[in-house]
Each structure stands twice: as structure tokens, then as C-alpha cells.
Design a protein around this ligand. Sequence first.
Ligand code: AMP
Length: 110
Amino acid sequence: MSDCIFCKINQNQISASKIAENEFVYVIKDINPKAPIHYLIIPKKHIENLSHFEDFDSQVASAIILMSRDLSKKLKEPQDFKLIFNNGYSAGQRVFHSHAHFLAGKQMEE
Ligand code: AMP
């Protein structure tokens, strides 16, 4: 989508350093981190949020999960992390291009 910030980052129209990527997803640091490590795992395909995933987007969905696993392997011990989707405005979503928040690096039991 032409006016989508995460599409623009993916197409290098807005600069952001990608810390990992593959065919389906890319990863950047969140500009406003809520934890010592706060990454965003972002599908390259523009999908508004989880409610808009189609059955044929299953490879994208699994790529998000597997990327979180790969990112956790690069953490210092412990390799624990949270993976959060804000799905819809009233759930806190403000960028309407699906993404997972990968949070790590402090006690997060709550
Ligand atoms: P959400 O509220 O779930 O839609 O999360 C959107 C996230 O995107 C927020 O945590 C923002 O801090 C983050 N964000 C917005 N613009 C950028 C950007 N240019 N680079 C990195 N993170 C961004």
C-alpha cells in the first residue's frame, strides 16, 4: 500500500535498519521500545492485521513464529520472550499493517 509506513520501510522508501529478513518477513527495532529488546516482526505482504489473514497466508503466519524463535536464539540467557499482536484499534493497534511485537530482556511475568 502506498501510504503504509511498514510497506515503505520494506521498500526502502523510509530508512530503518533491518536486523533480519527472509522471503516473508523483516525485523526492525521498535522506535519507541517498551522493553530492553523490542523488535517488530513485519510481514512483507501488506495484511492489515490478524483478522485479515487468509488461509493462503499460512506461510506468512508461520514465518512470524519461526522468526521469533530465531531471534530468541540470539539473545543472552535467558532466551525468554513475549510475542504480542495488537489486533484492531481498541486492542492498541496503531499501525494497520500486521506485525508482532517481540519483547525480551527483563522480567516480564506480571
Ligand atoms: P501497534 O500499536 O501494535 O500498531 O504498534 C506499532 C508500533 O510501531 C509502535 O510500537 C511504534 O513505536 C512502532 N513504530 C511506528 N513507526 C515506526 C518506525 N518508523 N520504526 C520503528 N518502529 C515504528
